[in-house]
Design a protein around this ligand. Sequence first.
Ligand code: UT7
Length: 337
Amino acid sequence: MTRNLRSKIIGTGMCVPDQIITNDDLAQRMDTTDEWIQQRTGIKERRWIVEGETPADLAQSACEQALQSAQLDVGDIDFILLATLSPQHEFPGTSFFLHEQLGGGEIPCIDLRAQCSGFLYALNFADSLIQSGKSQRVLVVGCEVHSTGLNVSTEGRDVTVIFGDGAGAVILEAVDAEQDTAGILQVRLHAQGKHAKRLWIDAPSSADWPQRITQEMIEAGRHFPQMEGRYVFKNAVTRMPEVLLEALSAASIKADDVDLFLFHQANLRINEFVAQKLEIPEERVFNNIQRYGNCSAASIPMLLAEAERNGLLEPGKVVSMTAFGSGFTWGSAVVRW
Ligand code: UT7
């Protein structure tokens, strides 16, 4: 008889660099103010790496914490999935450097690209590996270093003020769904490529012939992220409630029965809009964007790690996680802790 398997989160971890960049620090380098940034985004400060720190270093620290909290060694893991939009190198990405630093032997690993929804996409793949019986334990990581790719001048201020560096990790383990009610209950994902250029980095591009990066491209600032902020905002506040309800309905759970809502940390105003639309009380939403800014694929696993450390995630609690980002991609996952 085949066992009915479910993926349970058995460990969480997070890491941010020590260097704090306040809104006032940014105001010294571009035409912006602490007041504008706080009013429009809710962000007070973010963390940026210093010379010598790498994305894999942040990811390593988050993963070691997750392994420790699950009382496991890296040798107990049989797949590493790392979501990022800011790979350490164009190829092979970030996960292979993390793999080496963790002493991953020959455990398979991949980078996954789904931008700010990347962690939920990775969670979905990890869940499929576990439910199919192909993997017993999967390490799922979200990791971003935005700071080294930003236009830190007035020209780039709309994008630059929102992003921060960080990493978060969780470990999923196969459990018998008949014996254990905890685990991933549902994940729902969507994408719409027609919006790809509304939030993107143009260069380097392997479609640029005959050379993917030139001095002219750099001078034109095509290597910096570009965003149609209001367009992205409007889509986020529509798609996030939609997919959140879709995942809850698939799990046969009412919004009232969710103990904790974790939203992607792009802009506090987006999350307030979503909560208001669904009549979710403030105390059931946990945000940390005020301290870390938007860490894209790392935002949700960082929230999970902090929520667990803060005692917000006790066994039996129902958690709803929802994200929206470049691609466009969006998704939602429902988990019983
Ligand atoms: O994580 C992936 C998904 N990303 C998102 O979900 C982000 C979605 N978008 C946003 O969060 C917001 O659009 C932003 C925070 C990026 C921008 O806020 P906004 O309220 O949409 O401002 P805006 O872009 O419409 O700009 C309004 C004004 C403009 O000035 P004028 O044209 O009205 O004179 C901007 O030039 O604010 C100006 N502005 C700034 N002023 C001071 C834009 N950025 C800044 C800034 N400081 N940093």
